[in-house]
Ligand binder design. Structure first.
Ligand code: GDP
Ligand code: MG
Length: 306
């Protein structure tokens, strides 16, 4: 039996969550057209007869001087340590982004240190469905010169091109190891974090500019009523200013209604995949103003950020 930990890293928006979802064959992490949705570490577990792959979907990596973002980066880089395989994703439509140069320098630094356990590093060139075939080779050549990657694989996380190949390459390079989790475990993230990710994703999808960055989601209640087969969830969206609250609530409450409806649909799909008779989901959302919520250690803890 082969088993081990694989961390999926890259700057925001390159397709990390899409890849994890495709590898897992079900939706577990937030996918958004805007950057920085995945703030917390999402673990997906793939159990096969011959192997168990434990996936860490890292928050987007980028160079920062801001205190809040530094905290995010600390969480992100900590998930790169002590893994068996590091999978670094770049976007083939923007293959030389300045944050990629930064990440590459970190990878070089981490792997050159003797105490680092990462020896196997994959480079994925993603979104190849968006570029011409002849544009792929120059990107491969460029990165071949930069670092001695174990594998360089062009993929499309969205369409699934080379995803099976990737899975096989991962298994090939995993060490012999035990079953770390029971075979039927899909993820080990706390339910609250998973649910808040679904809601956070919809904030990103439906609002713009600074709104997602000024918002946090806290799950206050998850109540299962077995007789009625109902799942009741109450969550707060915490924002730092009244002007942001106004945008999130929207005219006649239209925006919060849209966020709640679309998030509830995703949650229903998720709980539906977990049970034979899926419960009806009720999601109640409130928007609350709390200045400086990012300095509140209790809130940060509840959001999985401490
Ligand atoms: P993350 O921030 O790295 O986790 O990126 P996401 O997985 O959230 O993806 C960001 C955006 O890129 C979403 O709109 C995805 O649908 C899109 N995307 C991801 N992979 C691909 C791909 O292979 N091809 C195309 N065309 N779009 C992709
Ligand atoms: Mg993501």
């Amino acid at each position: 039996m082969k088993s081990g930990f694989v961390s999926i890293a890259g700057r925001p928006n390159v397709g990390k969550s899409t890849l994890v979802n495709n590898l897992m064959g079900r939706k577990i992490s937030a996918v958004s057209p805007k950057p920085q949705t995945t703030r917390t570490r999402i673990t997906g577990i793939i159990s096969l007869p011959e192997a168990q792959i434990i996936l860490w979907d890292c928050p987007g990596l980028f160079h920062t001087t801001d205190d809040f973002n530094k905290k995010l980066m600390k969480i992100a880089f900590s998930s790169l340590r002590d893994v068996d395989i590091l999978v670094w994703i770049i976007d083939s439509t923007l293959p030389h982004h300045k944050n990629d140069e930064y990440i590459l320098s970190v990878i070089k630094r981490m792997t050159s240190r003797t105490k680092s356990t990462i020896l196997i590093t994959f480079l994925l060139i993603n979104k190849i469905d968006k570029i011409k075939k002849e544009e792929i080779l120059p990107i491969i050549d460029y990165y071949k010169d930069q670092f001695d990657f174990t594998e360089i694989i062009p993929v499309s996380a969205l369409i699934g091109t080379n995803v099976v190949l990737l899975k096989n390459k991962i298994i090939e390079h995993l060490p012999e190891g035990p079953l770390y989790f029971p075979e039927d475990t899909v993820t080990d993230i706390p339910e609250e974090i998973l649910l808040s990710e679904f809601i956070r994703e919809k904030i990103y999808l439906h609002t713009h500019q600074e709104v997602p960055y000024a918002s946090g989601v806290v799950i206050n209640q998850i109540r299962k009523e077995e007789e009625k087969n109902v799942l009741y969830i109450q969550a707060d969206i915490i924002v730092n200013r009244h002007s942001i609250k106004k945008i999130l609530v929207g005219s006649k409450g239209q925006m919060i209604k849209t966020i709640g409806m679309t998030a509830r649909r995703d949650i229903e799909i998720y709980v539906g995949s977990q049970s034979k008779s899926p419960p009806k989901v009720y999601l109640e959302l409130f928007v609350k103003v709390k200045e400086n919520w990012k300095e509140d250690s209790y809130l940060m803890h509840n959001m999985g950020l401490s």
